[in-house]
Design a protein around this ligand. Structure first.
Ligand code: PMV
Length: 356
């Protein structure tokens, strides 16, 4: 290849699953379909500088977080490079400097794997595009190429971290082959293709940082807990059923039904962890305090406040934009007290990654 060196930058958001991915097969294939809101504010910004090596040799790269060299990030990226090498044959011909930063604090307990791996996958896709730029494309190929770019970026991101494949685009992304969503795939995320009611436009996600420590259970360990799990089969089937139920809810804007479904999903995720062997409780006392307060406030006011959880103690408070004045006031007055050092992040639905 004639390209000697170059530099690309992408910002890519985090996402929050409404129907949870929990359990995977070989090669990062999910056991069940999932659907998520892409976030807007919680992002990773990654710059990859690349230069041609004299000879093709083993992977050569350095990683920096906030300008600081991070050798402890290298094994994860090395694993990623190994997995994607067959799809990106240039990886051994160039050396890379990967500089990354997050818009949210590193030690916030918010996983940066979805935003981080999707940003890196997108940078590698842009490099591939530059290296192939001297290849003449037909008009048809050119019109297909945007879709090809996003699809392959999502495919690669999945091989870095499963849920990362849902961060390339927005605002609602489905991953995992299923009967409900046409075009869905185990290999990459797709945009939810059906009608979505305005109630879900600008949906808000206020993330309450209950525990900012390192994750107690890595997601790799977590997914593996679903092997030989006594309830696995039913859980995987339930995710399909939930997706089928969600479709008319998204269309009609039935917020009560939406809340019942996503809160059940969050608690089921944690129930799976509590009933696996070994078992884990990832919620903290303050997680439960917050959930109870949300339920009481909803009962009292009829406002559509709800929660979802990741594989940790933090709480994502979800609510429609047009109720945000009263709900945010409640969050500040009643819920922030349960956050570590009073920390929380206001986010909302976003529309995917951007090249900078
Ligand atoms: O992408 P992973 O392997 O870190 O798994 C993420 C799993 C959950 O966040 C708990 C659920 C999901 O669908 O995002």
């Amino acid at each position: 290849n004639t390209v000697e060196s170059g530099k690309v930058t992408w910002e890519s958001p985090s996402n929050i699953a409404l129907i949870k991915y929990w359990g995977k097969k070989k090669d990062q294939i999910p056991e069940n379909p999932s659907i998520s809101f892409t976030l807007n504010h919680c992002k990773t910004i990654t710059t990859v500088t690349f230069s041609k090596k004299e000879n093709i040799s083993d992977f050569e790269f350095d990683v920096f977080l906030d300008g600081e060299k991070k050798d402890d990030f290298k094994p994860k990226i090395e694993t990623f490079f190994k997995r994607v090498e067959v799809y990106l044959p240039f990886l051994k011909a160039y050396k890379f400097k990967i500089e990354t930063k997050n818009t949210f604090p590193h030690s916030s307990g918010i996983a940066s794997s979805a935003s981080g791996m999707s940003a890196l996958a997108l940078c590698l896709m842009s490099i591939e595009k530059q290296l192939l730029s001297d290849v003449t494309l037909s008009a048809v190929e050119r019109s297909l190429s945007d879709n090809y770019f996003n699809q392959k970026a999502s495919f690669l991101a999945r091989l870095g971290s499963g849920s990362a494949c849902r961060s390339i685009e927005g605002d609602l992304i489905v991953w995992g082959e299923n009967e409900v969503v046409d075009g869905s795939s185990d290999l990459f995320g797709v945009k939810y293709p059906y009608k979505v009611h305005d109630n879900f436009k600008d949906y808000q996600d206020t993330i309450l940082l209950v525990d900012k420590g390192e994750k107690q259970v890595s997601s790799t360990v977590g997914h593996n807990l679903m092997h030989n799990h006594p309830y696995a089969k039913n859980r995987f089937q339930q995710a399909h059923n939930h997706l089928e139920k969600l479709k008319p809810i998204l269309e009609s804007g039935d917020l009560d039904a939406f809340i019942a479904l996503i809160e059940s999903e969050a608690l089921t995720l944690h129930a799976m962890m509590m009933t696996s062997m070994p078992y884990f409780i990832l919620m903290k006392p303050n997680t439960l305090e917050i959930i109870n307060k949300i339920w009481m406030f909803r009962q009292k006011t009829g406002l559509h406040i709800s929660f979802t959880l990741d594989a940790g103690a933090n709480v994502h408070v979800l609510y429609p934009k047009n109720e945000s004045v009263k709900i945010l006031e409640f969050i500040k007055n009643e819920l922030v007290a349960y956050c570590q050092n009073g920390h929380y992040i206001c986010d909302q639905i976003g529309f995917g990654a951007k090249q900078l």
